[in-house]
Every structure is written in structure tokens, then in C-alpha cells.
Design a protein around this ligand. Sequence first.
Ligand SMILES: NC(=O)c1ccc[n+]([C@@H]2O[C@H](COP(=O)([O-])OP(=O)(O)OC[C@H]3O[C@@H](n4cnc5c(N)ncnc54)[C@H](O)[C@@H]3O)[C@@H](O)[C@H]2O)c1
Length: 247
Amino acid sequence: MKKNILITGANGFLGSYYVNFLCEENFIIAVDKKFSNLKKIKKKNLILLKCDLSKESSLKKLIKILNDKKYIIDVLINNAAIDAKPNNGRLNLTQKNWNQEFNVSLFASTFLSYVIGSKMAKKKSGCIINIGSDLSIIAPNQNIYKTSFKNYLKPPSYSIIKHGTVGMTKYFASLFAKNLVRVNAISPGPIFNDNPKQLIKELKKVIPMKRMGKKEDLKSVIEFLINDQSSYLTGQNIVMDGGRTII
Ligand SMILES: NC(=O)c1ccc[n+]([C@@H]2O[C@H](COP(=O)([O-])OP(=O)(O)OC[C@H]3O[C@@H](n4cnc5c(N)ncnc54)[C@H](O)[C@@H]3O)[C@@H](O)[C@H]2O)c1
């Protein structure tokens, strides 16, 4: 494969998993605001670039570093997001939280897709993958969260951002299609990460395959999208959720 891959939110639960398997064969630029998980991986083909994705100035600095170092990005994975903070069943709607969440997920992904995608367009090849969620398709089942986390209300920002991610995917897929830059999304259902037993039990009831996703389930989808042989696939949202959104 051997591609230059930039991953945002690379230090997180799923981002660090992507880094781990992708750096076996590729050159990885890991972008995050912290590197507690990735620091232990010592590989020449992995570089860590600190960036606060919620800040335009930090995004511009990131682009400057990429330009100065003459890094050519073949694959951009817009993975970073902020998970909602716990609440007591009431929405705490503040512009500060809203802006932070939207900036990290939608502004940063849009900015990077445009700037890096435009460079890909010039060389007539490239691949952008945006990470959605089953909440890109359906509304949250509040009963599941209420039962599992004692009076928790999943906020609308996550749903709006994840639906928006699919819209952004189609926008850039159409913008860059003639330049052979492919833009797709992956929308995973909940991925197992030592979750509370009650949550797992509630989720199993609504997932036809009767299990949560495993991070390993995502490997083949990422590899499939990155592969040059998927050259006619663009603007799609691959929903990988054990059937959760089909019932
Ligand atoms: N974990 C799941 O079950 C699941 C399911 C469906 C979709 N997703 C999506 O997958 C993606 C990754 O999820 P995850 O579970 O690994 O999340 P995570 O919280 O473990 O990782 C998110 C990463 O984003 C980084 N980040 C947050 N704000 C930042 C900022 N201002 N600047 C730079 N980096 C910042 C964090 O430091 C963190 O490393 C997200 O888009 C999430 O919505 C996750």
C-alpha cells in the first residue's frame, strides 16, 4: 500500500488503533492535541503533530508544517470528535460547548478536506475518509442511555455533527470527483471499549447481529476505501453497525 496518511484524533481509542495497523505499511502523520497513547510507538514512519483542531490558527499552523516539510498526503482520515459530557437528563446548551464540538468535528474536517483535498486534486489522486456514526443515520435511542447511565440525555450536537459529516462527504466527493479524489464516510455503530454491562445488554436488544462492534471490524473497511482498486467509489457512507440502522 505505502501511502502517506494523516489521521486526526489519532491518539484516541479508535484513532490509535488506526495508527497501529496502518503504520505497518504506510507513513503516518498523527494529529491530536495530546499523545499519551501514541508516544510509546517508536517508528520512523510515524510522526506526531500537535494541533488543537478547535482553533483556526492551530489548523493553519498544521498546514504550514505540512507544506514546509513537503509532506504529500495521499489519505486524510477525519476522525476527531468530542464525546458529549455526562448530564443529569437535561441539556446544557451553551454556545461555548457547541462551538467547541462543531469546530473539532465539522470545521476542522471541512477545512482539512478543502485544503488537503485541493492538493490531492492537483495531483489527480487521493482519498478522504470521514468518520460518522450510526447517529449519522438514526436518532439516539434515549431509553438505552437513560437505563445505562442513570438519567443521561444524549445531546443533539452529536447527531447534528454526524449527519453533517455525511453531507460534507457528499459535498467534497462531488467537488473533487473530476480530479479523482475519492471522499467517503464510515459510520460505525458503538464499538466495544470496556462499556458498562447494562449498556451492552441494552444495545444487544437493538442490534440484529446481537453484539457491539469491535475495533478490528473497522480495519477491512478502512483498507478497502484506501485501496486504489476502489477507484470508482466516492460520496458513499459505509454503515458498519451489525444491522442496527436497518430495523
Ligand atoms: N467509539 C465508538 O464507539 C464510536 C462509534 C461510532 C463512531 N465513533 C467516531 O469515531 C471517532 C473516534 O472515536 P473514539 O471513540 O476513538 O473517540 P476518542 O474520544 O477516544 O478520540 C477522539 C480524539 O480526538 C481528539 N481531540 C478532541 N478534541 C481535539 C482538539 N480540539 N484538537 C485535537 N484533537 C482533539 C482527542 O484528544 C482524542 O484523541 C469519532 O469521530 C467518533 O464519533 C466512535
